[in-house]
Design a protein around this ligand. Structure first.
Ligand code: FAD
Length: 550
């Protein structure tokens, strides 16, 4: 099947006509990973997502494919080893959305860690996580640390440990997994909400779902149903009357985006906050911007949009100024921001910072399976564990045998660049190709880095007359056409936020093109005036939440 906006209705028709082997509710990284794993084992799989793919937590993370260093602090050795292995697999299968960055871990006189403990900690981490030789930790003295990152606070600085993290684009990673699942035959549709379950003799056999675009109710039947709704898992367990025992605690985390002109950070840094709350923050350069986060606080409001408060901004700004004094960052400097919810498994009496990020599977008497917790990084392993259970149950009930997990060496959509070692030369070749097609170097690189091996398809749209017709720059039009034809983008926010990140890291481009994007999508998707008004309102609402008035 394809993941085109134009074939979404066909996908939905098929879903309603078949009795699927497996229906997944939730199109974040967890659900998308399960869809890919299941479909490639031969299980006929469908997935519905009530918003856009990755619109929940999976576009609102720190955007790191982690090696799991923080688990070391909690002595979760098994977790460090597993997450480290998974990180290497994600990198190999999707090198275009995972970029190794050297992370600096500075230490100060009187701080929690000194040179010795940092060095020992990082080398244990290297071993447990199976870190490649070239990426193992190095230690720097105070002088070298300041040379590498001159804007770091110098007072009492003793040195730094350097290790490697992998920066990603969480929403695009989710999309690439979802697209690959669709390429393998899974049926995936966004903007379809599971509203209630259908039972037969106490066993769940389907869902009544609502197409949020047409407002039509549809029934989807499946032999097995997995609840992969992240922050919403307990809502569905409640509907299934199976919310017992452990529950989900939502912990909110905010990040802000600053211009590099205001905070000229050269180097990613993982640092202690100055608040003596035992928390650490990331400051990560990305193109012309730097993003900083995260906060961590309990949340019990509507999971759809946890929002960013003045206190959230204040916390991050103060921590930034303490670590990088001399730039006097203020709330006004924040260009954009995002807020996400960690769905943590609640253990009585524990603070969110201490609760383990492990995933768990809950099996209800009705047969509904729920998977919760976990990390972006571990999505493949989580999928493996739950699909193995699904396959066992299906085998018992139908006698059909399914393959073992197939995803370890499965290259994701866009990752076909000849292996991670070849990424650099792949990128250079295609950046030049884009320039020959009339793009400037920066824009060509932006497209190549965003789309990986799918960039050749995007390039074929550069010559379209429609760019001029819709008054969009060629590269923006080509990205939009690709988002419509291959990535099921249905709204301007889907495109400007999750397909391109313009609303996070290129506000000017988002601002300059948003009206033209609305016009182009309206024409391509045949919106009524009413629908167009709705989409514009959605965009304006999201803009207000993320982007302060300037
Ligand atoms: P979600 O992405 O929330 O997906 C669930 C989906 O279900 C949603 O899209 C929702 O719309 C949909 N849904 C809900 N109800 C219904 C319904 N009735 N019908 C249909 N669909 C429905 N992990 C890392 O590995 N690295 C990091 O750097 C990192 N940083 C983080 C920073 C923060 C601030 C936070 C909050 C998390 C971070 N994580 C990180 C964790 C990671 O982001 C999450 O574990 C992961 O994204 C959860 O994905 P999910 O698919 O389970 O949930």
């Amino acid at each position: 099947m394809t993941s085109s906006a134009y074939s979404r209705e066909i996908v939905l028709d098929k879903m309603t006509q078949l009795n699927l082997d497996l229906l997944i509710i939730g199109g974040g990284i967890t659900g998308a990973g399960i869809a890919l794993d299941a479909q490639t084992r031969g299980i006929d799989t469908g997935l519905i997502e009530m918003q856009d793919f990755a619109a929940g937590t999976s576009s609102r993370s720190t955007k790191l494919v982690h090696g799991g260093l923080r688990y070391l602090k909690n002595l979760e050795f098994k977790m460090v080893a597993e997450v480290g292995r998974e990180r290497a697999i994600v990198y190999e299968n999707a090198p275009h959305v995972t970029t190794p960055v050297r992370m600096m871990l500075p230490f100060y006189k009187g701080g929690t860690f000194g040179s010795f403990t940092t060095s020992i900690g990082l080398s244990i981490y290297d071993r447990l996580a199976g870190v490649k030789k070239a990426e193992r930790r190095t230690m720097l003295g105070a002088k070298e640390t300041r040379k590498k990152e001159p804007i770091l606070a110098g007072k009492n600085l003793r040195g730094a440990g350097m290790y490697v993290e992998y920066r990603t684009d969480d929403a695009r990673l989710t999309l690439e997994v979802a697209k690959t699942a669709a390429e393998k035959g899974a049926l995936l549709a966004n903007y379809v909400k599971a509203e209630s379950f259908i039972y037969d003799n106490g066993k769940v056999i389907g869902v009544v779902a609502r197409d949020m675009i047409t407002d039509k109710a549809i029934n989807i039947y499946a032999k097995k149903i997995v609840n992969a709704t992240g922050p919403w898992v307990d809502h569905l367990r409640e509907q299934d009357r199976s919310k017992t025992g452990k529950t989900i605690l939502l912990s909110k985390g905010v990040h802000v985006v600053l211009s590099k002109k205001r905070l000229p950070l050269q180097q990613a840094v993982y640092f202690d906050t100055p608040f003596k709350d035992g928390r650490m923050m990331f400051a990560i350069p990305r193109g012309d911007k730097v993003y900083v986060g995260t906060t961590e606080s309990n949340y019990d409001g509507d999971p759809r949009e946890p929002g960013v408060t003045a206190d959230d901004i204040d916390y991050i700004v103060k921590a930034t100024n303490a670590m990088f004094p001399g730039y006097h960052i203020a709330a006004d400097d924040v260009e954009s921001s995002w807020s996400g919810l960690r769905p943590l498994i609640h253990e009585e009496g524990k603070d969110p910072t201490d609760i383990s990020r492990k995933d768990e599977i809950f099996h209800s008497a009705s047969g509904l399976m729920t998977i919760a917790g976990g990390k972006l990084t571990g999505y493949r392993k989580m999928a493996d564990s739950i699909v193995t259970l699904v396959a066992q149950e299906l085998e018992k009930e139908t006698g059909v045998k399914y393959k073992n997990c197939q995803t370890k060496n499965l290259v994701l959509s866009g990752g076909d660049v000849g292996g991670s070692q070849e990424l650099k030369s792949f990128n250079e070749t295609f950046v030049r190709a884009g320039m020959k097609l009339g793009l400037d170097g920066k824009t060509s690189r932006e497209l190549v880095e965003r789309y990986g091996s799918n960039v050749s398809q995007v390039f074929t749209y550069l010559d379209d007359d429609e760019a001029e017709q819709f008054q969009l720059p060629k590269a923006v039009w080509a990205s939009l056409r690709y988002a419509l034809e291959y990535e099921m983008a249905l709204t301007p926010v889907d495109f400007l936020l999750r397909r391109t990140s313009y609303m996070l890291f290129d506000i000017d481009k988002a601002r300059e093109n948003k009206n033209a994007v609305v016009e182009a999508m309206s024409e391509k998707l045949h919106w009524s005036e009413e629908e167009k008004t709705k989409r514009i309102a959605e965009l304006n609402d999201m803009w207000k939440i993320m982007i302060p008035d300037q």
